[in-house]
Design a protein around this ligand. Structure first.
Ligand SMILES: *Cc1c(COP(=O)(O)O)cnc(C)c1O
Length: 387
């Protein structure tokens, strides 16, 4: 039996895996201690749970536990990385390099830095969604203090050539930050093999709870400095004060452990479903995929259907298939996706696009239903347009 609506918006958020919820539950009630309470067993219990979770997050990334800082999510992590580096490296310079297709959390933090007197270069991308490595290198100045390039894009799933980007950053002695919110737990991410100095992730994109995430901050070769954006009790080695959200941290840890264990098999399964969905939808006259099909997340596809209004398409599907036209953060506006525009997709075509995100609980039956339902809706809308 098929349960409607079908969820195909896993890039926007994911359900909490039942195994994650189970791990979290005791920490709301019996094990409620403040992880910073050093004087009694309740506190020790909380601290121990946080230590284990830190280990689980670190292992997923090939990092050390002391390099993991818990935050409220990737938006906070992105802000901490950009503003924290901008402040900490003020004596070296005030220039940052990032990319036009970054998540709003990075772009808006960069604009804030501009208002504080910083200078930011926003690199363009080619029609496949990649930055040009020559352009990146040419943008570097003596005053550049950070290069920020996302691991995988949330709208088109395109994975940037991270090791090549980090090699350029390393050669120039500039810290390299990557927003890995969509990539972590879905494809192998290793801070050492990938040459990453700073990284953000978020639990709710990887079957953990909302409102919790982590920043990886490299401690050796080079040691990255970060000015706290939240002052207080000096939690998280002074980089992020505030009483730790122990149940959520336990959930993030378990989510990372499950991803680490199951990622390879899950990626293969989901990629097969995604390819089947994509093939089924490419049978629609004029349909095309946006961004590289070669280097991208296994669970994401972004398609345009010329001659169909995206809003009408979403409205027509709304009851039965839950998906979005772009990122949830900007879909409230009628503006076409800035990511698709950056690829050079014309407004009209960008307006007729769907982002499909599959995940851990997507089934063959759901994919087949979605293909049928989207085909039918596109056909109806096109008929109506002709009349
Ligand atoms: C979802 C997302 C964010 C924001 O994460 P929150 O934890 O919801 O704040 C940041 N960057 C990317 C790439 C995302 O997909």
């Amino acid at each position: 039996m098929l349960n409607l609506p079908i969820y195909l918006d896993y890039n926007s958020t994911t359900p909490v895996d039942p195994r994650v919820l189970e791990a979290m539950l005791p920490y709301f009630t019996q094990k409620f201690g403040n992880a910073a309470s050093r004087s009694h067993a309740f506190g020790w219990e909380g601290e121990e749970a946080v230590d284990i979770a830190r280990e689980q997050v670190a292992r997923l990334l090939g990092a050390e536990t002391k390099e993991i800082v818990f935050t409220s999510g990737a938006t906070e992590g992105d802000n901490l990385a950009l503003k924290g580096v901008f402040e900490a490296y003020a004596s070296k310079g005030n220039h940052l390099i990032t990319v036009v297709t970054e998540h709003k959390a990075v772009l808006d933090a960069a604009h804030h830095i501009e208002r504080l007197g910083g200078e930011v270069t926003f690199l363009p991308v080619n029609p496949e969604g990649f930055i040009d490595l020559g352009q990146l290198e040419a943008a570097i100045r003596p005053t550049t203090v950070l290069i920020a390039v996302m691991y995988a894009n949330n709208e088109i799933g395109v994975i940037q050539p991270i090791p090549a980007i980090s090699a350029i950053a390393r050669r120039h002695g500039i810290p390299f930050f990557t927003d890995a919110t969509q990539a972590a737990g879905k494809v192998p991410v290793d801070v050492n093999a990938d040459g990453i100095d700073l990284l953000t992730l978020s639990a709710h994109k990887m079957y953990g709870p909302k409102g919790i995430g982590a920043v990886y901050v490299r401690r050796r070769d080079p040691r990255v400095r970060l000015t706290a954006q939240m002052d207080g009790g000096g939690h998280e080695r002074g980089m992020r004060s505030g009483t730790l959200n122990v149940p959520a941290i336990v959930g993030l840890g378990m989510a990372c452990e499950i991803c680490e264990r199951e990622m390879i098999a899950e990626a293969a399964r989901v990629a097969r479903l995604r390819d089947r969905l994509e093939t089924g939808l490419l049978a629609i006259d004029g349909a095309r995929v946006n961004g590289s099909r070669e280097f991208r997340l296994p669970h994401t596809t972004n398609l345009s259907f010329p001659g169909v209004d995206g809003e009408a398409l979403l409205a027509g599907l709304g009851k039965d298939v839950a998906l979005s036209s772009g990122s949830a953060c900007t879909s409230a506006s009628m503006e076409p996706s800035y990511v698709l525009k950056a690829l050079g997709v014309e407004d009209q075509l960008a307006h007729s696009s769907l982002r499909l995100g599959l995940g851990r609980f997507t089934t063959d039956e759901e994919v087949d239903y979605a293909i049928w339902r989207i085909r039918e809706t596109v056909a109806k809308l096109r008929e109506r347009a002709i009349q």
